[in-house]
Design a protein around this ligand. Sequence first.
Ligand SMILES: *Cc1c(COP(=O)(O)O)cnc(C)c1O
Length: 361
Amino acid sequence: MSRLHNFSAGPAALPEAVLRQAQEELLDWHGQGASVMELSHRGKAFIDIAAEAERDLRALLAVPDDYAVVFMQGGATLIQALLPLNFAAPGQAVDYLLTGHWGEKAVEQAQPYCDVRIAASAKGSGYSEIPALSQWRLSDDAAYLHITDNETIHGVEFADTPVLDNVALIADMSSSILSRRIDVSRYAMIYAGAQKNIGPSGIAVAIIHPQLLARAGQARAPILNIGAHLKHDSMLNTPPTFAWYLAGLVFKHLKQRGGVAAIEAINRRKAQRLYSVIDDSAGFYRNRVVPACRSRMNVPFFLANDVLETDFLKQAASNGLIGLKGHRVVGGIRASLYNAVTEASVEALAQFMIDFAQRKA
Ligand SMILES: *Cc1c(COP(=O)(O)O)cnc(C)c1O
């Protein structure tokens, strides 16, 4: 059995060392005589696993002590619906910046509960850029501003945190969390589904400033109340224990690799390698994103002759390169370069692309 070079956008590649460890301790977790999946979430063993995962995540991102960390089911999408319910009054204005597909989805989830305003949108350019800060129209009375740090489908990423005064900035970091260093204190909230850079699907994390948590929000059931989840240490009901455990293993693995600063340098090299192959292909491959806004995690590209795309994907697969089909919204090819994708995998893809272009150009 051999593992292939996996560029899947999500659920995505996990570190092989983590999968091996999980395999090793699958039947009997640390002498408990049962799998971690079979332990009560109320027992000491699992409570320790959960607490350690949170500690490691806090350490990796240097989360300030006063910020809350919550682990939840429902993915990034549920959190998108919880934002207005928890942090805005009924019908209150909320600002959203649209830089791709996931920003649109966040708007859909918020719309039933508040007055969604589009601060700026790059839709007109086919989501190939981030509108200049000077063009954002922010509402004085908005409860928060929502941005998508990295647009997984369109391949558009903020190079840096936008500099804003007196704005509660909420960032969807589903596909970029832990890929580069960030200053958490610049955000009111960061959230992410796990299945890109954290672990398997089934769990999501949110990192929240206490002032945001103090908001009254709107009438909602306890299960939709983020504060209630926190009060119960993210165990208001049965949490996705196996996903939480695996996320914890990924955090440990990341710490062993030197933390976020070390992985950031590797991620930068991976992205540079792939974009240089695209840019040096004399137009055979094209990426449509303005260079300053190019994603380091998701690299969508097109073949000038799109008839060749099926052939590209087929030959890539027979060379052990999988997960490269572009999202149906934009088509083309997409290579996702999350933390668990090695430089060797990226080099294998780069070599295949150069070779394919030489044969077909
Ligand atoms: C994948 C993704 C989502 C959706 O995540 P789910 O966990 O499936 O709800 C939201 N935002 C971004 C940026 C994503 O990449």
